[in-house]
Design a protein around this ligand. Structure first.
Ligand code: PLP
Length: 422
C-alpha cells in the first residue's frame, strides 16, 4: 500500500464516536428481530411541518426562472447571494447589528467552518511552534477531535461543576482559574448550546472568554448549531454574542437540512476573507440548491417560526418525559446527576463514583436492549486523567416519548444493579 503522509495518517483515522457508531450499527443489525430502544441517534427527528417547509421552498424554486441559474452555474466561494442577503437582513433586524455581505461565509455544513478556522489559526505556525486550538470547557462536541491536521494542537480544559445533590442535577462551568488563552493559542472553539451536555455558557462567561482571546487577537468560533434564531433549540435564554474576534457559526442541520450541508459563518470581514480563501482551495463553494431554498425560508421568516413553534417544543417535551421518568425511577440515594436541560437534542447523565466504566455501562444497557452513547469520546483534547470522563452517558431525544420513558426505566434497573450488585 502507498505510505501515508503525516496528515494522511491523521485524517484517515476515525474519531472515537465513529468507532462506537460502528458497534451500534452492528448491534442493531445483529438484533434485527429484537426491540432495541435506540437512544444513540444524532440524526434529528423528521418533523412533518419542517419537511413541508423545505418541500414548499423547493416547489417555489422549481416554479421560478432562478432554478437553472442555481443548479447549473458555479457561484462565488462566499455563497449564494440571496442567502447571504437574507442572513444579513435577518441578523441586522433581529439583533440590531450592522452587517454587510462581507461579514458572511456559506460553507458545506458548519463542520467545514471548524476545519477551516482550526487549521487557518491552529496547528503548526510559520515559526514551527504549535498553536493551540482551545476548547475552554470539556466535555465538548466529539466532531472537534477531527478538525485539526495537527492532533497535538487540540487542548481542552476541565470545567468546574455546579452540583445539586438533592435534585440530582448539575451544570458545567468554565474554570477561569485553569483556562489558558495565552501566546500559544491560535483559536478558541466552543458549542453553545453544547452537544453532548445541553449546557449554555452564560453571556458573561462567553464575554470573558472572548475578551481573553481579543487581548491576543485570537478568533473565537461559537458553534451555534442548536442556538436561536434557527434551529432555536435553546430551552433557557440565550443571547447570541458578537464581536470583532467572534465567528458566530450557524448550521441548518438541526432545522431539517442536514443532508444539504449548510453552515453559515458570521464575523469580521478580514476573518471571513481568510476562511473564504481556505474554502476556495478546498472545495470551491457549497452546493447552491440547498442555499437557494434556505434563502427563501429565512427571508420569509418561516424558518424562525417553524424553529420556535415546532422544533423547540418538540425536543423540550421529550426532555420533560426523560426528566420526569428519571426522577420517578432512579434510586434517589445513588449519586446520579442529569445535566441541566438548557438546549440541544441530547440528555447527558453523570454517575459519580460509578463502579464500572462508561463503556461497560453502555454494554450492560445494550444487554437490556437500550442503546446510549458512552461519554468518553466527548472529551476531545483533554489530556489530564479525569475519572469523570468515564462516568457519563449521552441519550438522544430523537426517539418517541414512550421509547425514551422505557429506556430510562431500564437504565434505572441497570444502574441499581451496577452500584449495588446482589
Ligand atoms: N456542531 C455541533 C455542536 C453539532 O452537534 C453538529 C452536528 O451534530 C455539528 C457541529 C455539525 O453540523 P453540520 O451538519 O452543520 O456540519
Amino acid at each position: 500500500a502507498p505510505s501515508l503522509s503525516r496528515i494522511g495518517r491523521e485524517m484517515s483515522q476515525l474519531s472515537g464516536v465513529r468507532a462506537i457508531m460502528k458497534d451500534i450499527i452492528e448491534t442493531l443489525r445483529a438484533g434485527a428481530g429484537q426491540n432495541f430502544i435506540d437512544l444513540s441517534a444524532g440524526n434529528p427527528t423528521l418533523l412533518p411541518a419542517v419537511e413541508q417547509l423545505w418541500r414548499d421552498c423547493t416547489h417555489e424554486l422549481l416554479d421560478r426562472s432562478e432554478y437553472g441559474a442555481v443548479v447549473s452555474r458555479y457561484g462565488s466561494s462566499q455563497g449564494y447571494a440571496p442567502l447571504i442577503e437574507a442572513v444579513v437582513n435577518d441578523f441586522n433586524q433581529r439583533y440590531g447589528l450592522n452587517l454587510s455581505d462581507r461579514h458572511i461565509l456559506i460553507t458545506p455544513g458548519s463542520q467545514a467552518l471548524y476545519f477551516y478556522i482550526a487549521n487557518a489559526f491552529g496547528g503548526q505556525a510559520s515559526d514551527g511552534s504549535l498553536r493551540k486550538i482551545v476548547l475552554p470547557l470539556s466535555p465538548e462536541y466529539t466532531g472537534y477531535s477531527g478538525v485539526t491536521l495537527f492532533e497535538d494542537a487540540l487542548v481542552a480544559y476541565q470545567p468546574a461543576l455546579d452540583c445539586d445533590d438533592r435534585a440530582h442535577r448539575f451544570k458545567y462551568r468554565p474554570d477561569f482559574d485553569c483556562l489558558q488563552i495565552d501566546e500559544h493559542a491560535g483559536c478558541v472553539l466552543l458549542s453553545r448550546p453544547c452537544n453532548p451536555t445541553g449546557n449554555i455558557l452564560t453571556d458573561a462567561e462567553v464575554r470573558q472568554i472572548a475578551d481573553l482571546a481579543a487581548a491576543r487577537h485570537i478568533p473565537v468560533a461559537i458553534d451555534s448549531a442548536y442556538a436561536p434564531p434557527y434551529p432555536a433549540l435553546n430551552f433557557a435564554p440565550l443571547t447570541p454574542q458578537f464581536g470583532s474576534n467572534i465567528l458566530h457559526c450557524l448550521s441548518l442541520s438541526k432545522a431539517g437540512l442536514p443532508g444539504e450541508r449548510i453552515g453559515i459563518g458570521i464575523g469580521d470581514p478580514q476573518l471571513i476573507a481568510v476562511l473564504e480563501a481556505f474554502q476556495t482551495n478546498l472545495c470551491i463553494h457549497s452546493a447552491r440548491y440547498g442555499q437557494a431554498i434556505a434563502a427563501r425560508a429565512i427571508e420569509s421568516g418561516r424558518l424562525h417560526e417553524i424553529a420556535t413553534e415546532i422544533i423547540r417544543p418538540h425536543y423540550r417535551q421529550k426532555f420533560a418525559v426523560l426528566e420526569a421518568t428519571l426522577d420517578e425511577e432512579m434510586p434517589s440515594d445513588l449519586p446520579w446527576y442529569l445535566h441541566r436541560a438548557e438546549g440541544g437534542i441530547f440528555a447527558w447523565l453523570w454517575f459519580r463514583d460509578l463502579p464500572i466504566t462508561d463503556w461497560d455501562l453502555y454494554q450492560q444497557l445494550k444487554a437490556e436492549e437500550v442503546i446510549a452513547v458512552p461519554g468518553s469520546p466527548f472529551f476531545p483534547g483533554l489530556r489530564a486523567p479525569w475519572a469523570h470522563a468515564q462516568q457519563c452517558l449521552r441519550f438522544s431525544l430523537t426517539a418517541t416519548p414512550e421509547a425514551i420513558a422505557e429506556g430510562m426505566r431500564r437504565l434505572a434497573r441497570v444502574v441499581e444493579r451496577v452500584y449495588r450488585p446482589a
